[in-house]
Ligand binder design. Structure first.
Ligand code: PAF
Length: 280
């Protein structure tokens, strides 16, 4: 496994890779969810590249960029065991040299949900992902379905800007009690960690009600709200039942599929999760 820190070095190494290359873009502090992206990429490509870059431009001024957990040595050990060929680990200055100012306008799919709570977040995500696509030149890129809106924003960008690659969404990996794996879970204290089970409880109940034939967006939204609200440590930011692609809220009868997503605060820790109901 080669670890490269500059764009020029990475491009040289990438040029020597034969066959299809899969990319798993990450911000490091890897967990099973990231390793699942790598395993899927290995199964579908001849070689795998992983980027590790805590991207400053996708964090708001009051967000946790400085405190975001980092452990490069451990990440590299894990990736070597997974048979990764190339790791790209640039500095912020390498990615954003003085004078950098171009960014991607992500359009309507980035407006609701996370986009409305985190202004500028998806511009930062799309810009760094576009740069990574240009630097790494992957045939396929792998993203976790836990960040469902991010997946839609990236798919839209790849279509709209004609990136010649396939975007693959990989199912969310969960702890045994259902909590979606996230680098931010380590911030939860033991009581918050137990309380956080209510996210998956709400999403699972929505899935059960959908299986029984419920298709009313408002009714599903109310059910998830009513499941999470009684948890005293949980403060709901949003509960959404939306079209899977456009992310428009569904008020009446849903079509063949719906994306149920939640953002909930436990003290300072904000968790997101989602489930897709029906076929995609
Ligand atoms: O999902 C993430 O970890 C980040 O948003 C990504 C895609 C690596 C871009 O910085």
């Amino acid at each position: 496994m080669q670890t490269l820190h500059t764009i020029a070095d990475f491009r040289r190494a990438r040029g020597k890779v034969a066959g299809d290359l899969g990319l798993a873009p990450t911000m490091g502090f890897l967990h099973e969810g990231h390793l699942e992206l790598v395993r899927r990429a290995r199964a579908e490509n001849d070689a795998v590249a992983v980027s590790i870059f805590v991207n400053p431009t996708q964090f708001g001024p009051a967000e946790d960029f400085k405190e975001y957990p980092r452990d490069l040595d451990r990440d590299l050990e894990l990736l070597a065991k997974e048979g990764v060929a190339l790791v790209f680990n640039p500095s912020p200055e390498e990615m954003y040299p003085p004078g950098h100012g171009t960014g991607i306008d992500t359009g309507p799919v980035s407006a609701p949900l996370e986009g409305s709570r985190r202004p500028g977040h998806f511009r930062g995500v799309a810009t760094v992902v576009a740069k990574l696509f240009n630097i790494v030149q992957p045939n396929r890129a792998y993203f976790g379905q836990k960040d469902a809106q991010q997946v839609q924003v990236i798919k839209r960008m790849a279509r709209d800007l004609d990136f010649p690659l396939e975007i693959v969404a990989v199912p969310t990996v969960r702890e045994p009690d259902g909590l979606a794996m996230s680098s931010r879970n380590i911030y939860l204290d033991p009581r918050q960690r137990v309380a956080a089970r209510c996210l998956y409880r709400g999403l699972t109940l929505a899935g059960e009600r959908w299986a029984q034939g419920e298709r009313d967006g408002g009714a599903l939204r109310a059910l998830v709200n009513e499941t999470i609200e009684p948890e005293p440590l949980a403060a709901i930011d949003y509960v959404s039942v939306a079209d899977v692609e456009t992310l428009h809220e569904l008020e009446g009868a849903a079509g063949p599929a719906a994306l149920v997503s939640v953002a909930v605060r436990f003290g300072k820790v904000r968790l997101i999760d989602n489930v897709v109901l029906g076929g995609v």
